[in-house]
Design a protein around this ligand. Structure first.
Ligand SMILES: [Fe+2]
Ligand SMILES: [Fe+2]
Ligand SMILES: [Fe+2]
Length: 427
């Protein structure tokens, strides 16, 4: 990290200034712990610690909400989620310990040592995480996010709309900066829209989706797939289906995140129901028509079990919606809970789809005949037992590029020209 940051070439570089302030506050907290007077109380430490904890907690939460969903799913950008969680758990643990154990006692050498130890552990976890973010995440964000998106993130990292004093974070960061850095920060803030949340809403249509949601399959893969699926492995249509499921997830998470307090829950319910319907149908069809053909494979059984976990997550959301009532208006608590639920479902879904692509699809290509694959695809694309058997194709078309649509049409034509066949399970 540069020592004096006087220019923010990219708005996202404001992260360096925020991190600088967080590091400075952390050092001060450590000193406060080390300099506690034996026989005195913990108050001098607590004031520093709470300032640090508040800023770090706010920063981590804002990043989790506003930055991570925009990170493209590249190996170089895989965010260290474990580190993120460990840090928050460490913070909470220390807070609890101060509150319940140390807060009301006098300082003795043993408790002071304990406290210094916990603070240092947190400092280390924090140093790792901030460093990793600067080295791995920032270059990717600079490259992949446009200026308007970066400005919007910067605003969310500096302003807290839920606090009475919206700019407490901005003021706190500025306290830790040099004069030149303060100027750079002020110049950046001057570029913020009065309320740039509209920025996101305006561009929140499907054309903006090519973030994490669309990267399950790259464009290049899909061109290859187009060539392949027309006369290659029919099962590869799975990539298109998974892509559309990822987009549904992305859409629902974005809506949950942007629900306005006091407004209706309906936009969320609608998005969630569309996702739930597609995912439930997809998983059910796989359980009935796909994995039973791999009757001896433990990986196929794992895949079925993993569908159950997804179903369980969906049930949880359903139950929660019933609890609050679909006519309820949005509160910050409801928004937080829904957001948490759908982020969890989205992550589980991503894990599942990725595993299926990596572990199950190769087996299908290798062990199942083209005729068997076509039968699976027929069941994945057509809801034959329902009144509207082509809803899946209609749903799927919506989120595809032109090339992908052509691929799908070629495949559908192939399905039409191949009458349903009875296919035997292979061992
Ligand atoms: Fe950060
Ligand atoms: Fe699948
Ligand atoms: Fe699946």
């Amino acid at each position: 990290m540069p020592t004096d940051i006087t220019q923010l070439a990219h708005p996202i570089d404001v992260m360096y200034l925020i991190h600088k302030a967080i590091r400075a506050e952390a050092r001060r907290t450590r000193q406060a712990a080390e300099h506690l007077a034996i026989g005195g109380n913990f108050k001098p430490f607590m004031d520093d610690f709470y300032r640090w904890a508040m800023a770090l907690g706010f920063h981590e939460e804002a990043e989790y909400k506003y930055v991570l969903p925009l990170v493209p799913d590249l190996p170089s950008a895989r965010y260290h989620e474990g580190g993120h969680k460990a840090l928050l758990v460490g913070l909470e643990d220390l807070q609890r310990c101060l509150h319940e154990e140390l807060g009301h006692t006098i300082v003795i050498p043993r408790t002071q040592r304990q406290l210094v130890g916990k603070v240092i552990a947190l400092l280390i976890a924090q140093a790792d995480l901030l460093e990793e973010e600067e080295e791995r995440l920032l270059p990717v964000l600079r490259q992949h996010l446009g200026e308007a998106e970066q400005l919007d993130i910067a605003r969310r990292l500096l302003f807290d709309p839920e606090s009475e004093d919206e700019q407490w974070m901005l003021d706190w960061v500025a306290q830790h900066l040099t004069e030149a850095e303060c100027h750079a920060l002020a110049d950046l803030v001057a570029r913020f829209e009065p309320d740039s949340s509209s920025l996101i809403e305006e561009s929140g249509d499907d054309s903006r989706v090519p973030d994490a949601a669309q990267t399950a399959v790259t464009d290049e893969d899909l061109v290859l797939l187009a060539a392949k699926t027309a006369d290659g492995y029919p099962i590869d249509v799975m990539y298109l289906l998974h892509k559309a499921l990822n987009i549904e997830a992305w859409r629902t998470v974005s809506i949950a995140e942007r629900l306005d307090v006091g407004e209706s829950l309906h936009p969320f319910v609608q998005a969630f129901e569309s996702w739930e319907k597609a995912l439930t149908f997809h998983a059910d069809q796989e359980d009935v028509y796909m994995t039973p053909l791999l009757s001896t494979s433990p990986l196929a059984r794992d895949n079925e079990e993993s569908h159950q976990r997804l179903a369980h997550r969906m049930d949880e959301i359903r139950t929660y919606l019933q609890e609050v009532g679909e006519e309820a208006v949005v509160t910050t608590r409801i928004r937080r809970r829904l957001f948490g639920h759908v982020v969890a479902l989205r992550m589980d879904q991503e894990d599942h789809l990725e595993e299926e692509e990596e572990l199950v699809l190769p087996m299908i290509r290798e062990r199942l005949s083209i005729a068997q694959q076509i039968e699976i695809v027929r069941r994945l694309l057509l809801a034959l037992e329902t009144e509207d058997p082509t809803w899946v194709v209609t749903w799927l078309m919506h989120d595809l590029t032109d090339t992908e649509r052509k691929t799908l049409l070629a495949l559908t034509a192939r399905l039409a020209s191949t009458p349903p066949a009875l296919v035997a399970a292979v061992v």
